[in-house]
Design a protein around this ligand. Structure first.
Ligand SMILES: [Zn+2]
Length: 226
């Protein structure tokens, strides 16, 4: 899960819905949880649900971007933020492993809190996992599987290209990643190509730069729990 930095509030909001344009400008049109790129159907997501924390309903620092699936699974569960990892507080890319086939698992980093976040938004719902089958309209796992495969294929092609075209080809792969979303899938598959990782981190709006070293390798987030 991409760690994000939303920055300071661009302005005050009378209605939380008014923040959608500012959030998309800062974070890109990606769901903060499942990482899909959804240019027209994201909603303002409240980390602390507005039904639980009324005073945070229009607070910029309580906003993320959520797709229909992540939003509807999450509901009003969150009471104590410290019980979960969060992409705006922790380096969540260290806490989850993305696997061939569209699977997501917690890593050994902050496993308990990571698992809670996966459960909170139903990110492990998968067509091939008995007991975790998604609703028919929940295609997050399928999209993730497709993009993971696409990233593998592009990496394989990159490895066969002569040096004189590699730079241009690498840029095309970055463009594809930005266009498709699923930051973590691309970073997982192309983790050993530092020039790709650095460019992806720089190109996707709102990626928390302090969560990576100079080679694009994830590091502990300052003041985060992982
Ligand atoms: Zn989502």
């Amino acid at each position: 899960m991409r760690p994000i930095f939303r920055g300071t509030a661009p302005r005050r909001y009378s209605h939380y819905q008014d923040a959608i344009g500012d959030l998309e400008a800062r974070l890109g049109t990606y769901c903060s949880y499942c990482e899909r790129r959804l240019p027209i159907s994201l909603a303002v997501e409240h980390v602390s649900p507005k039904s639980v924390a009324r005073h945070l309903e229009t607070s910029w620092d309580n906003f993320l971007l959520g797709c229909t699936n992540c939003n509807s699974v999450k509901g009003d569960t969150v009471v104590n933020l410290d019980d979960w990892l969060w992409p705006d507080r922790d380096n969540t890319v260290r806490a989850f492993g993305y696997l061939d086939g569209g699977f997501v698992e917690p890593t050994a980093v902050s496993t308990k809190h990571a698992q809670r976040l996966l459960d909170l938004v139903g990110l492990q719902r998968h067509g091939a996992t008995p007991g975790r089958e998604p609703a028919p309209r929940d295609k997050r796992w399928k999209d993730r599987e497709q993009v993971f495969t696409l990233a593998q294929r592009q990496k394989e092609i990159l490895s066969r290209l002569p040096p004189e075209v590699r730079e241009e080809a690498l840029q095309l792969v970055v463009d594809a990643a930005v266009g498709w979303g699923f930051f973590s899938c691309w970073l997982t598959v192309l983790h050993d190509i530092p020039e790709f990782c650095r460019r992806l981190i720089a190109r996707m709006p709102g990626t928390a730069a302090d969560c990576f070293d100079a080679s694009g390798i994830p590091i502990a987030r300052p003041a985060g729990r992982c």
